[in-house]
Design a protein around this ligand. Structure first.
Ligand code: UGA
Length: 435
């Protein structure tokens, strides 16, 4: 299959590289000339394990190319994926579809022969209808089928998720498109990944429902963690005790500082808006959004309490800034709320993150960035572990403690065992576990 991917950001790049690896001929397109020039030389603009190797291997085998010229690649393509951003619109939480519609207009003009146009971007219900409408308005002769094929990739595990998905959801109303999409994903039949064919609106809604459900699951266990703290119970054992029930499932039951990232906060807010627009309010999701926002802010209070109620003039060391490990993404990261909250209470912040410090520099003020976890500890009055990078899982605790001014360790990801830290002489506070 000849495939054009419009938008060479995170989703577009992963999609393009994986589809090329399946054996398709793929061109990834982007308006950003510098980005394309760098990609052509194998320069990857984001940190995603395995992506650089995959892109380079497929450039060498000539299955993957990059271009700023949409029309040539689209006119030759059997399938065009739209993978441009759908950020939250400022002010109202709606998904901003201006990039999707701008791409659609350009694609419409370039179409030639039967083409399947697929929205990969996360878009509100009914966007596929609007895309089909725009294409017809722009190019009435176009022979096109519009398909919704949402992505379920996790940052940090995106290639694995693309190549070994739990399912692929495809929304369409055209038999020819069904054949084309079956061909696109044929290599995955070997992995027995179910292709779930449905209509377009259902596919669009499925994406929001999946993310909202996962966000609710995290928020539920976070509230249970608070209850554990109040009652003296242990949230990790509760999570295990409920997660072994197959109807509940063990994943996404890790209590922490609240979910962040480029997806859950944006998609839950957008789903709330969709519910309101259609007069069918998503009250559980509304509550989830508000609990999570409060939770991210409340973490600073927890840290202050662990420091004896006052952090004025104290130095707090932060381990981990990104919204989760194995990414350089700082969007909606809980660390931002924690740092702001501690600074408001007069603390001085020293921080280290293996990949997120460049992005963090632009999003924080008066933070001193260190070169390692041990640098962070140097003279600190407390350490707060916010993101569970592997390198923070096996710290030399004696070395850490001897570098610190006060041995206070606040573990917002329950990476360590309480008795272990206490044995090393730390005052240790974690999430939802007995002190
Ligand atoms: C999420 C979904 O997991 C993907 O399926 C989806 O495709 C993607 O959004 C998207 O819509 O593009 P992602 O945002 O990369 O993926 O990251 P997750 O691994 O889902 O983590 C999101 C947040 O939840 C992180 O802040 C993480 O620390 C937090 N989390 C996750 C918890 O606090 N506890 C958990 O048990 C799991």
């Amino acid at each position: 299959m000849k495939i054009a991917v419009v938008g060479s950001g995170y989703v577009g790049l992963v999609t393009g590289a994986c589809l090329a690896d399946f054996g398709h001929e793929v061109v990834c397109i982007d308006k950003d000339q510098a980005r394309i020039a760098s990609l052509e030389k194998g320069g990857i603009p984001i940190y995603e394990p395995g992506l650089s190797e995959l892109v380079n291997a497929n450039i060498v085998s000539e299955r993957l190319a990059f271009s700023i010229h949409l029309s040539g690649a689209v006119s030759r393509a059997d399938v065009v994926f739209i993978a441009v951003g759908t950020p939250s619109r400022r002010g109202d939480g709606h998904a901003d579809l201006s990039y999707v519609y701008a791409a659609t207009r350009e694609i419409a003009k370039a179409l030639s022969g039967f083409t399947v146009v697929v929205t990969k971007s996360t878009v509100p219900v009914g966007t596929g209808d609007e895309v089909a409408h725009l294409i017809k308005a722009e190019n009435p002769q176009a022979d096109v089928a519009v398909v919704s094929n949402p992505e379920f990739l996790r940052e940090g595990a995106a290639i694995e998720d693309f190549k070994r998905p739990d399912r692929i959801v495809i929304g369409l109303d055209d038999e020819r498109a069904r054949e084309v999409m079956t061909e696109v994903y044929r290599p995955l039949y070997l992995n027995q990944a179910p292709l779930l064919f449905t209509d377009r609106r259902t596919a669009e809604l499925t994406k929001y429902a999946a993310n909202a459900f996962l966000a609710m699951k995290i928020t539920f266990i976070n509230e249970v963690a608070d209850l554990c703290e109040a009652t003296g119970a242990n949230v990790q054992d509760v999570a295990r005790g409920i997660g072994l029930d197959n109807r509940i499932g063990a994943k996404f039951l890790h209590a922490g500082p609240g979910y962040g990232g480029s997806c859950f906060p944006k998609d839950t807010a957008a789903m709330v808006k969709i519910g309101q627009d259609f007069g069918s309010p998503m009250r559980l999701v509304e509550t989830t959004v508000s609990i999570n926002d409060q939770r991210k802010r409340s973490m600073a209070r927890k840290i202050v309490a662990a420091c004896g109620g006052d952090v004025r003039g104290r130095t707090i060391g932060v381990l981990g800034l990104t919204f989760k490990p194995n990414t350089d993404d700082m969007r909606e990261a809980p660390s931002l709320d924690v740092i702001r909250g501690l600074q408001d209470r007069g603390a001085k912040i020293v921080a280290f993150d293996p990949q997120g410090m460049d992005a963090a520099r632009g999003l924080t003020e008066n933070v001193q960035f260190a070169d390692s976890a041990y640098d962070v500890a140097d003279g600190a009055d407390a350490i707060v572990l916010i993101t569970e990078w592997n390198e923070f899982r096996s710290l030399d605790l004696d070395r850490l403690k001897s570098a610190m001014h006060m041995p206070i360790f606040v573990d917002l990801r329950n990476v360590y065992r309480p008795h272990e830290l206490r044995r090393h002489g730390f005052s240790y506070v974690s999430i939802g576990r007995p002190e």
